[in-house]
Design a protein. Structure first.
Length: 166
C-alpha cells in the first residue's frame, strides 16, 4: 500500500478556498449563509460524526477483509497516515493558511477539518483497488477542487446517506 503520488500532487495544486463566499455550482450542495454559519457547521458534532462514520465504514470493510483471511492491507493504515502527516501535511498547511488569511475561516477548527478530510481522502484512495472511495468523500473533494470549503451541512443529507456510485 502506498499513497498515490499523482493524487497528492493534484491535491497540492487545488486552488484552495479561492471561491469561498460565492455560490456553490453544485445542485447536491448547500452554501453556508455566512462564514460564521460555516464555522458553526464545521465544528458541529453532527458534521464530525458524519466524517468519522464514513471513514469508519471503510476501515470496517478493511478489517473484515483481514479477519476473513482475504488480505492484510488494513495493517498498513497507520503507516499511510504517518507518511501523509510527515511528507505532505506541512505543504498543505502552508497553502491553506495562505489561502485563508483573508477569511474568518482562518481558524484552527477549519485547518483541522480540512486536514482530516484530505488525510482521509489520501489514505482511503490508497485502497482504491480494494474498496471504492465513498461518494461522500468524492463530493468533498469536488468541492475543494472547485475552490470552496465544505461546511458541515453543505452536502445534502440524501447524498451523505448514499453508498457506492452516484
Amino acid at each position: 500500500m502506498k499513497l498515490d503520488q499523482h493524487l497528492l500532487e493534484k491535491l497540492v495544486n487545488i486552488p484552495w478556498f479561492c471561491k469561498c463566499g460565492t455560490p456553490l455550482p453544485f445542485e447536491w450542495a448547500v452554501s453556508a449563509a455566512s462564514e460564521k454559519a460555516a464555522l458553526k457547521a464545521i465544528t458541529s458534532r453532527k458534521w464530525e460524526n458524519m466524517i468519522l462514520d464514513t471513514q469508519g465504514d471503510i476501515t470496517e470493510q478493511l478489517s473484515l477483509r483481514s479477519t476473513s483471511g482475504l488480505g492484510r492491507e488494513y495493517q498498513e493504515w497507520n503507516n499511510l497516515v504517518d507518511d501523509f502527516k510527515k511528507n505532505w501535511m506541512p505543504r498543505f498547511h502552508a497553502k491553506w493558511e495562505t489561502a485563508l488569511q483573508h477569511h474568518e475561516l482562518n481558524t484552527s477548527d477549519v485547518l483541522n477539518d480540512v486536514s482530516f478530510n484530505i488525510l482521509s481522502i489520501a489514505v482511503i484512495d490508497a485502497y482504491k483497488d480494494i474498496v471504492p472511495m465513498p461518494l461522500f468523500f468524492r463530493r468533498v473533494l469536488e468541492v475543494y477542487e472547485a475552490g470552496f470549503h465544505v461546511a458541515g451541512k453543505g452536502i445534502k443529507k440524501e447524498l451523505r446517506e448514499q453508498d457506492g456510485d452516484d
